[in-house]
Design a protein around this ligand. Structure first.
Ligand code: SF4
Length: 233
């Protein structure tokens, strides 16, 4: 599979007049912003409750997500839903998306093996994430793993050091101006919701890969419990 150092990026594929996430999803199906579209089956855009108080951002679709066209439907997605539930959050009222919206993999025999997206893919795909956030109004954003953290917080952020910590959003973002809340009325007012926060934790696939899955799972739930408390507070 080709590995490029530059990519045109997704911005040119985003219709400026798109009003809804459905319109963005439809446009994303034709994205050619980097080379990942060539080998993957389809674009896997975000899905879930568009009024969700919590938005989860993962890395990229996996093999099953690529086939079904839906994020977080494979083993890691099932584990995430269980962790969300165990933390006291409602798995039915979340929005799930990924930093990179095509599956990156390499063939080993007949198997498609996940490959971590490079910075070029994260940068190319970031405009979709920015466009999604412009249509969402979460109170907490949960960043799952290093790739999503790089996309939102920049390359210096270390999930291992700052996981489980509530950070101010969008102030903590690499380019906070990309994520300012958009006016919701004709007077230019914004919602009277409290300022949003962001929390980074491990990706659920890291739990599945961990030597001690129980410990890793408990850590994920503990981090998500911080989110549940913040929403209740
Ligand atoms: S990974 Fe993102 S930028 Fe690259 S083609 Fe897919 S949707 Fe476009």
């Amino acid at each position: 599979m080709a590995d490029t150092e530059t990519a045109p990026g997704a911005q040119r594929f985003i219709p400026p007049q798109a009003d809804t996430l459905d319109e963005l999803r439809a446009a994303a199906s034709g994205c050619r912003g980097c080379e990942l579209y060539r080998d993957a089956s389809q674009t896997v855009f975000g899905r879930g409750d568009t009024t969700a108080r919590v938005v989860f951002v993962g890395e990229q679709p996996g093999d099953m997500e690529d086939q079904k066209g839906l994020p977080f439907v494979g083993p890691a997605g099932r584990l995430l839903r269980k962790a969300v539930d165990d933390a006291g959050l409602d798995p039915g009222h979340i929005y799930l998306t990924n930093a990179v919206k095509h599956f990156r993999f390499e063939m080993r025999g007949k198997r498609r093996i996940h490959q971590t997206p490079d910075r070029v893919h994260i940068t190319a795909c970031r405009p979709w994430l920015v466009a999604e956030f412009a249509k969402l109004n979460p109170e907490v954003i949960v960043v799952l793993g290093a790739t999503a953290a790089k996309a939102l917080l920049g390359p210096a952020f270390r999930v291992t050091r700052q996981r489980g910590e509530l950070l101010p959003w969008p102030a903590a973002a690499q380019h906070p101006e990309d994520f300012q809340r958009v006016p919701v009325d004709s007077a230019g007012g914004t919602t009277n919701a409290p300022p949003a926060q962001l929390l980074a934790t491990i990706h659920p696939s890291a739990v599945l890969r961990a030597d001690n899955q129980d410990v890793a799972y408990d850590g994920l739930v503990a981090d998500l419990t911080v989110v549940a408390r913040a929403l209740a507070g």
